[in-house]
Design a protein around this ligand. Structure first.
Ligand code: FES
Length: 105
């Protein structure tokens, strides 16, 4: 069973926004879109950039450093130079809290 942990209040993540959180020493970015809530690793798989400082366009997350883009729904690469998908994590809402269960490292 995945272990869910509360990381943020729903009110702290309005639709269209993203925020960085740290869970068990792992940096994550939480994204709230029309399609729902998604959690991914916050560090780009290309080099060391924080994706929370990039742009969120619908379900496309664009890296601020060299412009790689990822699909936040499954972490797959949508545009170069990144080649490795971004790990994604399970998200659920319980009451007013957003909870995340980390995928295996
Ligand atoms: S660090 Fe993200 S595209 Fe290079």
């Amino acid at each position: 069973m995945p272990q869910f942990t509360a990381v943020l209040k729903l009110a702290e993540l309005p639709p269209g926004s993203m925020r960085a959180v740290t869970l068990a020493g792992r940096e994550l970015v939480l994204c709230h879109t029309r399609e729902g809530l998604f959690a991914l690793d916050n560090i780009c798989t290309h080099a060391h950039a924080r994706l929370c400082e990039g742009r969120l366009r619908a379900t496309r997350l664009v890296c601020p450093l060299h412009g790689a883009s990822f699909d936040i729904r499954d972490g797959r690469v949508l545009g170069p130079p990144a080649e490795v998908p971004l790990p994604t994590h399970a998200v659920r809402v319980v009451g007013e809290s957003i909870e995340v269960a980390l995928a295996a490292p």
